[in-house]
Design a protein around this ligand. Sequence first.
Ligand code: SF4
Length: 325
Amino acid sequence: MSDVLQTPEASAPLSAEELAAKQAKKAAFETNKLSKRLHRQVGQAITDFNMIEEGDKVMVCLSGGKDSYSMLDILMNLQKRAPIKFELIAVNLDQKQPGFPAEVLPNYLRQVGVPFHIETQDTYSIVKNIIPEGKTMCSLCSRLRRGILYRVARELGCNKIALGHHRDDMVVTLLMNMFFGSRMKGMPPKLVSDNGEFVVIRPLAYVAEDDLVRWSEHKAFPIIPCSLCGSQENLQRVLTKKMIREWDKEYPGRIDNMFSAMGNITLSHMMDRKLHPFESIKATGIPDPQGDKAFDEDEESCATPTAAAGKEGQTVRLMWDDSKA
Ligand code: SF4
C-alpha cells in the first residue's frame, strides 16, 4: 500500500546539491519572513506611539551592537517608503575605551549612505579616575554619556533621539523595578528626555531580541563588542533576562503576554492610591462585569492570552507594505 502512495520522487534520496538548494530556499524564505515581521513591528510601534512625525530630525544612537545596527537599518528602509519626510542621523559616541575599533562604524555608515556623526570624548579615563577599582562604572558612565548625547543632539538640530531597546529590555526593566525598586515602572516606548528638551523614542519596542540576533547575523553587521570597558553588565539584569527566557521556553508566549500587559493596565485592580480613588468608592447598585468577583477565583489568570502588541487593521502612516518588500 505504501508503495502505491509514495511517488518515485518522494522516495528518491536527494543529492548533496539538491539538499543544499532546498536548505538555501528554506533559509531565504525564513529570512524574508523575518524581514517582513521586523519592518511591520517597527512601523506599527512608530505609528501606535506617534514616534516620528513630518519634519522630524531623529538622532539614531548607534553603539555598534546588534540592536542599534538593526534599528538604523530598519529605520532607513522605512524612511524610503514613508509617506512623510523625516531625517535620520546616526550618532556614535567613541568613549575611548581601550581597543575600540574607531574605523568600523564610520566605514559601515559611509557604505550604507546615512548621514552620521562620531563624537569622541574620553569618558573612559574620567570614569576610571573617579570610580575605585572593582566598583561598577556604569552609572557614572551612562550619566556622562547622556549629557554628551543631549549636547550632540542639540548641536545637530535633532528633536528626537532613537534608542535601540527592544521588547525583552522593556519586560526586564519592569521586572527589575518590581524586584529591586518596589515599583511598577517599565521602559516606555516614547518619553520626554529628563532635561525636557527631546523626545526619546524606542522604535524596536515590539521586537523580540531573538529576531534581532537573527537579523544581525543575516546582515553581517560589523559588531563591536560591548565589553571593552571591562565593566560587568549588571548581574541582576543578566539573571532577570535569563529567567524570562527560561519561562518563555517552558511556557511559549509568556514574554509576549508580559509585554502586552504593560499596555493593558486596569488601575482599579492595582493598589496605587495616587492613581485610583479607593477612598471614595461606593456601591453603585449597577452590575459591572469588571467589578470584583468577591469570592470567586480570578478566572482571567487561566484565560486565553491577550492579543499581542501591534493590532491589525489600523490605519497607519509608517506601515511596512509586505507586497513591496
Ligand atoms: S558597560 Fe561600560 S560602556 Fe557600558 S555603561 Fe557600563 S561602564 Fe559604560
